[in-house]
Design a protein around this ligand. Sequence first.
Ligand SMILES: NC(=O)c1ccc[n+]([C@@H]2O[C@H](COP(=O)([O-])OP(=O)(O)OC[C@H]3O[C@@H](n4cnc5c(N)ncnc54)[C@H](O)[C@@H]3O)[C@@H](O)[C@H]2O)c1
Ligand SMILES: [Zn+2]
Ligand SMILES: [Zn+2]
Length: 338
Amino acid sequence: MKALVLTAKKHLEIKDYDQPTVKPNEVLVHTAWAGICGTDKALYNGLPGSANAVPPIVLGHENSGVVAAVGSAVQDFKVGDRVSVDPNIYCHKCFYCRTSRPELCEHLDAVGVTRDGGFEEFFTAPEEVVYHIPDNVSLKAAAVIEPISCAAHAVDLLELHPYQTALVIGDGFEGQLIAQILKARGVKEVTLAGTSDEKLANNQKHFGFKTINNLKTPKAIKADTYDIVVEAVGLPQTQEQAVEAASRGGQVLMFGVGNPDSTFKVNTYKVYQKQLKIQGTFINPYTFEDSIALLQSGDVDPLPLISNILDFAHVEDFVSGKLKGVSKAIVKVAGEEA
Ligand SMILES: NC(=O)c1ccc[n+]([C@@H]2O[C@H](COP(=O)([O-])OP(=O)(O)OC[C@H]3O[C@@H](n4cnc5c(N)ncnc54)[C@H](O)[C@@H]3O)[C@@H](O)[C@H]2O)c1
Ligand SMILES: [Zn+2]
Ligand SMILES: [Zn+2]
């Protein structure tokens, strides 16, 4: 079978691999689609994602496919089932796992990061992280359940009320998904601030969001205005802007991943005076079922956001940053189209 292997930092090679065999607790997935994101860029460049990727490794933590074999101890899956795999495998033993915060697990194992993932025709995963896909959800949409699940976890950390207004800074795939989930969770009004007129217009058209082009009209983000502010870029200037934009009693969610050495300035008097909550968010603890439900109901629709379909040979264009203007790229691997 074909596998796209990260053989060394900044080196991707298409190789012929033997099809993996399953352990008793594992499912073999015939990969249909694999999403690709900024985490893959980091791993390609030798930086950590949720964990370190040590070459040779097959990336692909966002994926969908069809079950091709099951191990002897697998109970809830059979050959032919349509599935998506949550990449994050928790140890269930450490302090964080045992205090119901598995996302903070000290021994996180991750499909497509620490073990081979979806950029190969067949990959394996333990049954505990495999999820069934409902009939009305396509495998193409199912490939992005993982990024939806990170957005869903982030929104879970907010205290939401119908009277609230929300601002999402960042018109990347995640910012666009967070905006959809906030709307689905019933906040009064959602504004999306980004840098791409095309993406912003697309969001206005499909989802009715108010939009701000943050480079052309940065002053359009008013200070002390939004009950909920989500920063989904990861730069100090947008992080500062996020804290500024929060109203009294506001909640600021720092979703964007900053450079490990970067810091941002915050007016501590304003944190006191506005009684702000500033919250970080990390990955997707058990938010796959909610994400599947959001897809099934149509409350989240990722398909209008998918801009690029790649094959293995063009993945490097994306991770090396050569491909510009991407809203979301997914890789057609093999298996069914549906
Ligand atoms: N917390 C988590 O669990 C988690 C999970 C996935 C991704 N992330 C992080 O979230 C961030 C967004 O992810 P993504 O997949 O959407 O990435 P992305 O690269 O697709 O999106 C970033 C977006 O920010 C926009 N942007 C840049 N400067 C801006 C500015 N000044 N104002 C407004 N928008 C600006 C860019 O145009 C781009 O659309 C990244 O930092 C990523 O690492 C966090
Ligand atoms: Zn991802
Ligand atoms: Zn653990």
